[in-house]
Design a protein around this ligand. Structure first.
Ligand code: ADP
Length: 209
């Protein structure tokens, strides 16, 4: 199967609980966007398989799954979606939610993804993120959000390992969006940063045909 050298990609970036998944799922409904969430990929693994156990071992402590495992599973998942015809790499923009979460992952991802924009969801109020995650844990039965000390660890990991990823991308490719507004307003702001780029991507395709 023919795939492009590198997928045209948008990153949804930000701390745990900021709404990357909510926005990613909405974007996925727009033709031309394909949403890929590493958290969802991991949660869909068979919990009794070796990989499922590895995921639980790390996520239940608020830690990241090791980079090599993460990149391998993500790559296989994107390929599987391509084979199934759900992701059309030449036509779709890939929306990554939860990847990369370390500078090492960003370096590996460079081989596969041409990152056109980084949408940085910003939230100045950590307490409200904490509260969102606590509610989500009850609704979705998530071990990584269930205990306050695990949530705290997730924020530490974000500050130490994930936030430096922002430096990996040129500042002009990063758009900041205030994540504390309503989901509709956050979506509006994200689209404001992406519409021109999606147009350019589609126009380029038409010219090439
Ligand atoms: P949230 O939506 O709260 O930011 P996710 O659903 O994206 O969290 O991720 C849940 C868990 O899956 C993380 O705590 C982590 O253990 C694991 N995980 C997700 N993405 C990655 C990644 N890129 N690298 C390593 N671990 C990851």
């Amino acid at each position: 199967m023919s795939v492009p050298d590198r997928y045209k990609t948008i990153l949804l970036f930000g701390p745990p609980g900021v709404g990357k998944g909510t926005q990613g799922k909405i974007l996925a409904r727009i033709p031309g966007f394909f949403h890929s969430s590493t958290g969802d990929i991991f949660r869909n693994l068979d919990a009794s398989s070796e990989l499922g156990r590895i995921f639980f071992q790390y996520s239940s402590r608020g830690e990241l799954v090791p980079d090599d495992v993460t990149m391998r599973i993500w790559n296989q998942n994107v390929f599987a979606n391509t084979i199934l015809g759900l992701f059309k790499p030449y036509a779709d923009l890939l929306v990554l939610d939860g990847l990369p979460r370390s500078v090492n992952q960003a370096k590996v991802l460079y081989r596969y993804a041409d990152v056109l924009k980084v949408v940085h969801l910003v939230c100045k109020d950590k307490e409200s993120l904490f509260e969102r995650m606590r509610k989500r844990a009850m609704k979705e039965n998530r071990a990584d959000d269930a205990k306050p000390d695990v949530i705290r660890r997730r924020f530490e990991v974000y500050e130490n390992e994930t936030k430096p990823v922002l430096e990996f991308y040129p500042a002009e490719d990063v758009v900041e969006v205030d994540a504390m507004n309503s989901p509709a307003e956050v979506l509006h702001d994200i689209l404001g940063g992406l519409v021109k780029m999606q147009d350019a991507h589609f126009n380029k395709d038409e010219e090439a045909e």
